[in-house]
Design a protein around this ligand. Structure first.
Ligand SMILES: Nc1ncnc2c1ncn2[C@@H]1O[C@H](COP(=O)(O)OP(=O)(O)O)[C@@H](O)[C@H]1O
Ligand SMILES: [Mg+2]
Length: 247
């Protein structure tokens, strides 16, 4: 059975896409069959992160009814030569009509149909969905069909408050998704295990990770995969630990 994992954050720019791309790469390196779907039409970044310059077909085209989901699915080659990493990229929504399309797609169940098709035709172990910020109806719907929800947050009051709403709402789903919290860009000076204990207590959640702010991540300019460039970095070790919860 494939595991569907949604990655969400209350606000934009918290590190969702970076996390998705790196976890997907590690899972593929571990021999898992993995696909990533970029639903972030506000600012799609996964194609650049994975080095896919100008994808011909995207999730937008599928939702518009212009192509089947298979045509919008691109095979990525990870250096370990596992041909088992796939990306459905998104295009920036310059005309501002994607919300309408998403809404219609949601009504017609287009996303759920696409996820099912990807899982079946690609024989996936893991399907990762990069969600956009905020809690729209479509987002809640996607979380509802996910086995796991990864929430990325930064250590500030607004993110703590927004993320607790997400946790509360999704805990009422039947069945509720497993929840993993990733506190990203922890400034130096914070004590990781103290912060983790505190977050576990606040959210009643056992699976909590912290990642420090790292210039090495920023300096990759959103066009390379950190774990491939820094396979021995402590952050890579933390990300590998995370993957043990995802398989
Ligand atoms: N731990 C980190 N340390 C430093 N920079 C980070 C870290 N995580 C993410 N970033 C940077 O923050 C920016 C936003 O990350 P991104 O993954 O695009 O966020 P989101 O998908 O949530 O909008 C990117 O430039 C990324 O390189
Ligand atoms: Mg993003």
């Amino acid at each position: 059975m494939a595991k569907i994992i949604s990655i969400h954050s209350f606000r934009r720019g918290t590190g969702k896409s970076t996390l998705v791309a790196n976890l997907a790469t590690l899972l593929a390196q571990q021999g898992k069959r993995v696909a990533v779907v970029d639903t972030n039409f506000q600012s799609p970044t996964l194609n650049a992160l994975f080095g896919l310059a100008n994808p011909t077909a995207t999730l937008n085209d599928y939702l518009w009814g212009d192509c089947p989901i298979e045509t919008a699915t691109h095979t990525l080659l990870v250096p370990s030569h596992h041909p088992s990493l796939y990306l459905v990229p998104a295009k920036p929504d310059v005309l501002g009509n994607i919300n309408k399309i998403l809404r219609k797609g949601y009504a017609d169940n287009l996303l759920a149909i696409a996820f099912e098709k990807l899982i079946e035709t690609l024989n996936l172990d893991v399907l990762l969905i990069d969600l956009y910020a905020g809690l729209q109806e479509e987002t809640l719907f996607t979380i509802n069909i996910s086995d796991m929800l990864v929430i990325v947050l930064r250590p500030d009051a607004q993110d703590y408050q927004g993320s607790s709403v997400t946790v509360e709402v999704t805990r009422h789903f039947q069945p509720p998704p497993q929840i993993m919290l990733v506190l990203n860009e922890l400034p130096s000076g914070f004590n990781d295990s103290e912060v983790q204990q505190e977050v576990k207590r606040i959210y009643h959640c056992d699976t909590v990770f912290t990642l420090p702010h790292a210039d090495e991540i920023m300096n990759l300019n959103n066009n390379a995969i950190f774990v491939q460039h820094y396979p021995l970095h402590p952050i890579t070790t933390t990300l590998i630990n995370m993957t043990t919860h995802l398989g």
